[in-house]
Structure formats: C-alpha cells, structure tokens
Design a protein around this ligand. Structure first.
Ligand SMILES: *[C@@H]1O[C@H](CO)[C@@H](O)[C@H](O)[C@H]1NC(C)=O
Ligand SMILES: *[C@@H]1O[C@H](CO)[C@@H](O)[C@H](O)[C@H]1NC(C)=O
Ligand SMILES: *[C@@H]1O[C@H](CO)[C@@H](O)[C@H](O)[C@H]1NC(C)=O
Length: 400
C-alpha cells in the first residue's frame, strides 16, 4: 500500500529530524557548557603561620603528598622547621642541591621569602596561607610561649601583659619576642615592629595578594577547608581532618573586654591584615561556591569527619597529654598549655589503622617519618620529644 508506505516514511523522516534536533541540542550544550573535569593541583606551598590551626593543615598536606607520591620540601638534617625564625633560604630544604626546583609540597614553618621559596617550588605552584583573629591568637600565643618568650615570662597573666605591654616587651629580644606582637606579619616576612602607617600597610597587603592565591581564615576552619578543596580541585576526603595541636579548655585564659580592645592596637598590623583577608575570604566564597552550597558542603565534611572519628578513635575526642596511651603520638608540649592528642581503637585492620594513624600523627613525628621515607640514606631526625625513636613504637612501615 503506497499510502501506508508514505506515512511510514513520514514517520521515519520525523524520527530522523527529531534525532538530529536532539543531537544538535546536546552538541550545543556541550559547546556552551563544556564539562570540564578539573585536575587536582599537586604543586602547593602552604605558609604555615603560628597558632592558627596550621598544624591541622600541615597534616592534610602531608597526607595528600603521600596519596599522590609527591616530593615534600622537608627541613634539612636535624632541623624541625625550615629555618624559622630565620628568613627562609633554599638550602634549609633537604637535598635542595640535588632536587632543585622539583618539589611539589612545602608546608613546614618558615619565614616567608618569595625569591628563595621560588627556587624550590615549580613556577605553577599554588600558594596559600591561613590567618586567625589576632585577639584569639594572642591569648593562645601567650599561654603556649609563656616560658620561651621574654615579653611573656614576667607577667602574671595575659591581661596584665596587655595592660602595659611595653613594660615587658623590649626590642633587644626581637628574635624571640615576635610571638608577642604581630606574629602573622612576621611570618609573612615583614617587620612586626614597623610603624602602623596606612601607605605601608596597603603596600604589604598588595604584595601578599600578589604572592598568594588564597588566604584562609582559621576562625572559619571548615568553610576554609571547603574553599581549599574547591580551589585545588581536591576530594572531600583530602580535607577531612581531626583537630591537631589544640589545647585543653582549662588552659585558656579569659580576656577582659579592655584587653580585647588593646590587642587591636598592640597588634594593629595583624589586626588590619586579618580584617582585609577576612573580607576577601567571604567575597571569594560568594563569588565561587555560594553560601548555600557552602553550608551543604560543610555539613558533608562534618558528617564524614564524624564517621572517621567513630572508626578510628577510642574516646571519640582529643584527650589530655597524660591520657595518651601510645606515647609515639604525644604532641610536642609547650608553656602552660596541655596539648591534646588521640587514642586509636584496638583491632583496626591494617589499612584502616594506617589511615587513622596518619590522621592523628603530630607535626614533628609526621615530618620525621616523611623525612625517613624520602631521604632513607640520611641520619634520622632526633626529635625534641620524650620518645626518641618514633618508628619503632608504631606499626608504620620502616623504610629500608
Ligand atoms: C605511588 O607509588 C606507589 C609505589 O611506588 C604506587 O604503587 C602507586 O600507584 C603510586 N600512586 C600514585 C598515585 O602515583
Ligand atoms: C569576618 O567576616 C564575617 C563575614 O563578613 C563577619 O561576620 C565578621 O564579623 C568578620 N570578622 C571581623 C573580625 O571583622
Ligand atoms: C597486618 O600487619 C601485621 C603486622 O605488620 C602483619 O603481621 C599482618 O600479616 C597484616 N595483616 C594483613 C591482613 O595484611
């Protein structure tokens, strides 16, 4: 029947046209919104500032380095920091002469010096750092460095110190006193005793913006981790953490409202640094992730964190230094602070145990461990910890 055939062919024609249209729509969508899977950035430099939750970030960086077999710029020989508080020089890095500009990750304490850091890190390296509200920071610094910092030693408490800081703070002790005034300014490589001058501050802020791609804010730590993950195209598990190097609540001193106001003046360089980058932090979030998506992702992070804590931890939370059973995981202790650590569950399978150990491993131990893995022919680091030989006391692989 020719009529039937006609209709059939019409149907076929319609079908073909429909298909073509569909294809065109998809093609068009592809061209307009190309699906761009991002690739995780693996060349990353983290400027580790003091008393800003940066030990937790260092742990994240080390775990990431291990996951991707990256080369970490570690402190040379028996150094535990990259020369801090000296201004950074490339030869503070182990095997710099042999490895040259081929390190992927750098995150141990150093005093920033861009020209020397660039000798170590590849040209396409991503630079970031973290800042904390100077009010909280100074109180934390006071307790942690009470015995080490001349300016802190002779005052009764942080409020007494702030009532008349110049009574205790003497410029000739500048090499140890940076913890007492504008410590973040100092860590970024600038003069923490410089005069508060608008033009000077503007110039420094501009320079930091040129040198760093991202500045995180530790007062919004989970939000910071989400922004970091997005910016570096990392997985959620890469930024899951257990809070490291925190202190017990009973060693926190209460600042009077007057003291809080005094810190803004006493550490005015840091205060302005913080205000500036707190603003740009939130602006960046709004421009990239958006507040709604941020909240969702922060919740995802906290759920996953809780999951891992349930898997790994005996006590569900950090414990005081005297309650840490395996002394191999005892964090370095300082001043009047009781620095907390973790106990792991017994009977974890080998894979889980490995993951959990890495998450609770304090900074010095992890630095020393990676050093032994990366530089097997060098003498091991002797740590300023009660347990001299860390590897023997854990089930971590001992490199031959
Ligand atoms: C890292 O190195 C190990 C051992 O050499 C290898 O098995 C693994 O596939 C590497 N992983 C990556 C992400 O390159
Ligand atoms: C930091 O930014 C947030 C969001 O804009 C704001 O709520 C907060 O008050 C800021 N912190 C300071 C110390 O200005
Ligand atoms: C787990 O590690 C222990 C000690 O290193 C080893 O004796 C055991 O065979 C390992 N178990 C598995 C399942 O790999």
């Amino acid at each position: 029947n020719p009529l039937k055939l006609f209709f059939l062919s019409r149907h076929i024609k319609c079908f073909i046209i429909f298909c073509l249209c569909l294809g065109l729509i998809f093609l068009h969508k592809e061209l307009l919104m190309p699906y761009k899977p991002c690739r995780a950035k693996t060349n990353v430099m983290f400027l580790k500032t003091h008393k800003t939750a940066s030990s937790t970030v260092l742990n994240i960086m080390f775990r990431f380095a291990e996951r991707y077999n990256l080369t970490v710029a570690l402190p040379a020989d028996q150094l535990v920091h990259l020369g801090y508080p000296k201004t950074f020089l490339a030869h503070f890095v182990e095997e710099f002469e042999a490895i040259g500009q081929n390190y992927n990750i750098m995150c141990n304490h150093l005093r920033f010096n861009p020209s020397e850091v660039k000798k170590v890190m590849a040209a396409n390296t991503f630079y970031f750092s973290i800042l904390r509200n100077p009010i909280r920071l100074l109180e934390s610094s006071y307790v942690y460095y009470k015995d080490n910092v001349p300016a802190f030693r002779f005052s009764k408490d942080v409020n007494e110190f702030l009532a008349s800081p110049m009574k205790y703070y003497h410029l000739e002790h500048y090499k140890k006193n940076m913890y007492a005034r504008n410590i973040m300014w100092f860590d970024f490589g600038y003069d923490n005793n410089a005069e508060d001058n608008k033009k000077y501050i503007q110039a420094v802020l501009k320079e930091i913006e040129q040198n760093f791609h991202l500045i995180l804010i530790s007062d919004y730590f989970d939000e910071s981790m989400i922004l970091l993950k997005h910016t570096l195209c990392w997985d959620l598990d890469d930024v899951i953490y257990f809070k490291l190097n925190s202190r017990s609540q009973d060693t926190v001193q209460t600042l009077t409202p007057e003291s809080e106001e005094r810190i803004k003046v006493w550490c005015s360089l840091d205060w302005k640094l913080y205000l500036h980058f707190n603003q740009s932090f939130w602006r960046r979030i709004e421009e990239t992730i958006g507040l709604k998506e941020l909240e969702k992702e922060v919740n995802r992070l906290r759920t996953r964190q809780k999951e891992l804590m349930d898997t790994c931890l005996l006590d569900q939370e950090a414990v005081g230094k005297d309650d840490i059973k395996n002394k191999a995981f005892l964090p370095y202790q300082s001043g009047d602070a009781n620095i907390l650590g973790y106990n792991l569950k017994q009977d974890l399978d080998n894979m889980t145990l490995r993951t959990c150990q890495k998450m609770v491993m304090p900074e010095l131990q992890y630095t020393s461990y990676l050093y032994t893995v990366q530089h097997p022919h060098k003498k091991r680091k002797i740590l300023p910890l009660p347990l001299a030989s860390f590897q023997e006391k854990t089930q971590l692989p001992t490199p031959n």
